[in-house]
Design a protein around this ligand. Sequence first.
Ligand code: C2E
Ligand code: MG
Ligand code: MG
Length: 694
Amino acid sequence: MNFTAPDIRNWSIKRKLKAVIILTSLAVLLVLFLVFVLTQRTFLRTRLSQDMNVLALNLANNSAASVIFGDKRTAKETLESLKTYPQVTDCLIYDTEGRIFSSYHKQENLDSVLTYPSPALIDAGHLFARDYLVSVHPIDYGTDKLGLIYLRANLALIESTLIQYIGYGFMGLGTAFLLAWVLADRLQRIISQPIDQLAAAMKSVSKERNYSQRVKMERHDELGSLIEDFNEMLVQIEMRDQELHNKQNRLDYLAHHDALTGLPNRLLFHDRLHHAISKAQRMEQSIALLFLDLDRFKNINDSLGHEVGDHVLQVVAKRLTNIVRESDTLARLGGDEFVIALEQNTESRELTIVAQKILDTLSTAFRIDTHELYITASIGISLYPANGLTAETLMKTADVALYRAKEQGRNNFQFFTMDMNDRAHQALFLENNLHKAIDNRELALYYQPQVEITTGKTIGMEALVRWHHPTHGTIPPDKFIPMAEETGLIIPLGKWVINTACQQTMQWQQAGFPPCKVAVNISPRQLRQSDLVETVEQALKESGLAACWLELEITENVLIEEVAQIITIMEALNALGVSLAIDDFGTGYSSLSYLHRFPLSKLKIDQSFVQSIGGPAGNHVIVEAIIALARALELEVIAEGIENKAQIAFLKEHGCVYGQGFYFSKPLPVDACEKFLLQEQIPKVFAPEQQLLP
Ligand code: C2E
Ligand code: MG
Ligand code: MG
C-alpha cells in the first residue's frame, strides 16, 4: 500500500489554522500533562520515601526495647502492625551482627533473598530500585547501635496511581482535543473569514472588472491594513482604469471623427450606414445618400492656402450641420467630400428640397479673414434599395451621380439613374488606361489646317490629340480630355502635346514646308498650373521652334475666375512670343467688357454658330457680332467647323479672314498632313474664289 504524506502547503488556510490551533493546544497539553505526571511521580515517590523513613524510624524506636531484651515476639507484633501499610512488602530487623532478628513479609518471601544493606544505603537512608523502595534506619539506644530496620515498599501503588493519572490525562486530552477542535473552528474564522472576504472581493473585481467595489471591514490588525491596502490598490486601479477609459474614448473619437470639422469620418459613416441599411431592410424603409463635393475647392487651397481652405471646410460643415436633422448622419469623407445619409423624408420631392437647401446655404458668401469667397457644390443622390443594397454600392452610385452633377456644370444635384453606370464604367476604364497611354505611345497628334479663306493658303495647323487604344480603337479627345482634366493627368498629357506639336512643326519647317503656326489646345487646369510657362519655354527650346509659330488655344470660361492670375500667366506666355487664341468663343460666360484686359490675339468662333449659318435665323447674327467685336478689339478672328460653301460665303462677306473645318480638311495624321501641305505647294491647285463660291 502506498501512503503519501498530505501536502500541507495545499491545505486551505482554514484547515491549516485549525491544524495549528489543535496541534499547538494538544502539544501544550501533552507537555503539561507529562510535566504533571513526572512531578506527580516524583512527589509520590518522595512522599513514600518520607513515609517509609518515618515508618522505619518509628519501627526502630518501637523495636529497640525488643532487640535489647531479645523479645522476638514483641518485635514480631510490632512488625505485624505494618499490615496497615499496603505498600510495605517486607520489613526486617537486623541485629548488630547482621542477623535477622525479626521479619515481616506481606507475602511469603524468603529472608535469604534480602541481603544486609550496604553501608552506602545505610548512610543514604533510602534507595529506589526498579519497582520497590528500600528504607533503612538504625536502631539506637542512646549512643548504642542495636541493629537496623530494613523496610521495603512496593512502588506498584505509585505506578498504578500514575497509570490512573495517565488514563485521566488521555481522557482529558481527548476532551481537550474536542474542545480545541470546536474552538479552533471558531477561532480560525476570526482570521480566515476576512481573508475569505478579501479573496471573494478580489475574485469579483477580477471577474466583473468593477474597480469601484470596496471591501468593507473595520479591523485594526494586519488584515485590516491588508484590506486598507487592497482598497487603496482598487482606488489606484480605478483611477488608472478611468484614465485609460477616457484615453480610449478619446482615441475612439479620433478614430471615428474628422479632426478638422468634428464630423463623423468615413469609418464611422460606413458603420452607421451599415446599421441604417440593416434597419431599413427589417422595416422595409428607404435611405437616401447625398454625396457632396465642393466645386473647384482645390483652387481655394492652391491660391489662398490651406489655412483658408480648412476654414472653409469648417464653415461648410457648420452650415450642413444646421440643415440636417438629428436622425440624419452627416460625415466628412476627406478632402472636400461630405456625405449625408437620410433615413426619413426620402421621397424624391423631399430630397430635392434638401439638396436645394444645401446648395442655397452654401451659396451665401463665405467671409474668411479678409476674403469673401463664393462656393458651390455638386451633389449626387442615390437611394436604398433602388440604387444599391449595400453601403458600398450606394456610395458608388451616389458618386456616379455626383460625377454627372459635375459634368452638368457643377452647382447642381443629380439623382442616380441606371444609364449613369455605363458612363461610370467608361470613366473608370479611361482613368485606369490613360495613365499608361503616354508611356505606351498610344497617343498621337492629328493636325487640322487653318486656312486664309480668301486665298486658301494654310496659315496654321491645330494640333488635336487622338488616343489609339490597342483594343478599344481610336478614342476621341471629348471622351478622355475631361477625365484627364478631372484626374490631373492633363498635366503630363498636355506637356506631351506641347512638346510633340513643337517638334513636328519644327521638323516640317526643316523639311522645307512653308512655315505655318501650330495651335495647341490648353485646358483650364493646365493654364492655372504654375509651370505652364516653363513647359512652353522648354518645348520651344528643345525643338528649336521660334515662339512666333506657336499659338495656344484657351477656352473662354477660363477668363471668368482668378482673372489676375490668368492675366499674369498669359502675359508671361506673350512675353515668350507665343500668341493666344480664345477657343469656342461665344459659348462661355466671359464678360465682353473685360475681354480687352487679356493679352489675346485671336478669337475662334465656335463651330455651333458657324454651322447654324444658313439655318433658322438668329445664330448667324452672333457670328456677325463676334466678327465685329474682334475687329473692334483689333483681334484676328477664325471660324471653326466650316463644312460648306454657304458658310464660307457668309464669313467672307462679313470680313472673317480665317477658317477651319472639314470643308478644307479633317484633322489629319502626320503623313496625310504632309501630303496636304505638298499639294498646297503646287500653285493654283486651290482657287477658293472659283471653287467655293457659287
Ligand atoms: P476644339 O479645340 O474646338 O477642336 C475642334 C474640334 O472640332 C475637333 O474635334 C475637330 O475635329 C472638330 N472639327 C473640326 N472641323 C469640324 C467640322 O467641320 N465639323 C465638325 N463637326 N467638327 C469639326 P476633336 O479633335 O474631337 O477635339 C475635340 C475637343 O477636344 C477640342 O475642341 C479640344 O477642346 C479638345 N482637344 C483636342 N485635342 C486636345 C489637346 O491636345 N489638348 C486639350 N487640352 N484639348 C484637346
Ligand atoms: Mg481648339
Ligand atoms: Mg473649338
